[in-house]
Design a binder for this molecule. Sequence first.
Ligand SMILES: NC(=O)c1ccc[n+]([C@@H]2O[C@H](COP(=O)([O-])OP(=O)(O)OC[C@H]3O[C@@H](n4cnc5c(N)ncnc54)[C@H](OP(=O)(O)O)[C@@H]3O)[C@@H](O)[C@H]2O)c1
Length: 352
Amino acid sequence: MQYRQLGGSNLNVSAVCLGTMTYGDQNTEAEAHEQLDYALAHGINFIDTAEMYPVPPKAETFTRTETMLGHWLKNQQRDKIILGSKVAGRNRGLSWIRNGDESLTKANIRSAIHDSLKRLQTDYIDLYQLHWPERNVPLFGQYQFDPKLELDAQGNQKAWVSIHSQLDTLAELIQEGKVRAIGLSNEQPWGIMEFLRLSKEYNLPRVATLQNSYHLMNRTVDFGISEILYRENVSLLAYSPLAFGHLTGKYLDDPQAKGRVTMFLGYAQRYNKPNVAAASVAYAKLARDHGLTPTQLALSFVMHRWCVTSTIIGATNMMQLKENIAAWNTTLSPEVMLEIDRLHLLMTNPAP
Ligand SMILES: NC(=O)c1ccc[n+]([C@@H]2O[C@H](COP(=O)([O-])OP(=O)(O)OC[C@H]3O[C@@H](n4cnc5c(N)ncnc54)[C@H](OP(=O)(O)O)[C@@H]3O)[C@@H](O)[C@H]2O)c1
């Protein structure tokens, strides 16, 4: 395992991060703890969660993941673990979060972190992330900015909490020792640059990380965002490296295979797009032609990309977790990389 610094922060994290968003729905607490113990024993010191988890988000399961994590964390040496969590944003219709007012006001962010710290049974969160932007942006499978969504039903400009105000609140949390570093998630180039500009102009904390979707079927980060990451020293945390399981090849072998995609119909809309099946077939064939599993190919590609600092893996059983962590040791040959480039040009970002 390699360890890498997150942006300009003091956080040194493993190149593989353990995602937790199945804990409390697809996984029981005992299974969650088994995964966490195994990951830790195999060099992973970085854990990603969110107040909203597990997914799919539901009123009856809301916050379960952080609670389960808290039960585990209290028995660990806290300073050996880098813990990331997130505050949910607005516009997702999650009426059970702060009574449906999930805008990123000072009061809401403060209330969110207060509750997260309690559930996580810790005094601080190493990396506190804004789960998605406050303003209107295309999210979770939407792929075009829509200016019409800037307006309400009466045609008035919708209000949103300014980035300056969001940064101000995060600065307070850092000063109070509740947070060590801050990050964005599901952000767009304009938002990342605006956060960085305001930090500089008002001497506010700088974002260390960007947590966006990045995998063989979604390389939108490569267009525009990757240059920002490089020049501005922002670390990419790549989520959904297996495209919700599509890149494991299991739905090709059996379209009804048990998994998130067949269990939660309607949830994985991001992958309900015309070239997803064709791309899954092509990448799985490429892997198998070179003696690899589709999972090894997909994970190794993300884990060893220059622009990825840590790859957030997810698993619902120990077999998956073992395969996924071991994929760190898979090296893709120049021949395989060339073929990946060719497929990428033929089917560019089928699941943006
Ligand atoms: N910031 C955000 O908005 C955001 C969004 C998504 C995820 N994340 C973070 O990233 C983490 C990982 O995301 P993800 O779960 O979407 O990652 P993923 O790698 O795309 O999908 C993981 C899922 O694929 C299946 N799978 C994993 N390994 C497998 C294997 N070896 N063989 C067969 N199936 C396998 C499992 O689901 P099944 O068993 O159900 O098939 C597993 O839960 C999350 O836990 C979360 O921490 C963040």
